[in-house]
Design a protein around this ligand. Structure first.
Ligand code: SF4
Length: 122
């Protein structure tokens, strides 16, 4: 079976074509410009993950929204559920960079943290 992937490890976005045997093992791989391509495809086949970024609401701060992200890539099938969970979170200013917004998000063992600070007193 042939399967195509776009590698997202760098902006070049190589289109990688693989041939898989009946057990899903890679028998042929073409289109990768560096060694990260095959690693990416193996990860996609066994445990696809994504780094997820979004914003959450901030009360009483110099900005109404604070950018947040996953400390590590989370399982791809959890991303939508995570986006919904974060929509209901409201932080109180002041907010510090690296502050945990959601601990052990959806039982993944991965925290969601802020990526900037927001001053309070507004
Ligand atoms: S295979 Fe290498 S060069 Fe191509 S997108 Fe992936 S990381 Fe970038």
């Amino acid at each position: 079976m042939e399967r195509k992937f776009i590698c997202i490890r760098c902006p070049q976005g190589c289109e990688i074509t693989t041939t898989l045997d009946g057990n899903g093992a890679i028998t042929e791989l073409t289109g990768s410009s560096c060694k990260l391509g095959p690693e990416y495809v193996k990860q996609e086949l066994s445990d696809p993950r994504r780094t997820f970024t979004t914003t959450v609401m901030v009360e009483g701060g110099s900005h109404p929204l604070c950018p947040v992200w996953t400390e590590k890539p989370v399982p791809k099938d959890k991303v939508m559920e995570l986006a919904i969970a974060l929509r209901h979170i409201k932080l109180k200013a002041p907010v510090n960079t690296g502050q945990i917004v959601l601990e052990n998000a959806l039982g993944t063992g991965i925290n969601i943290v802020t990526s900037r600070s927001i001053q309070g007193g507004i």
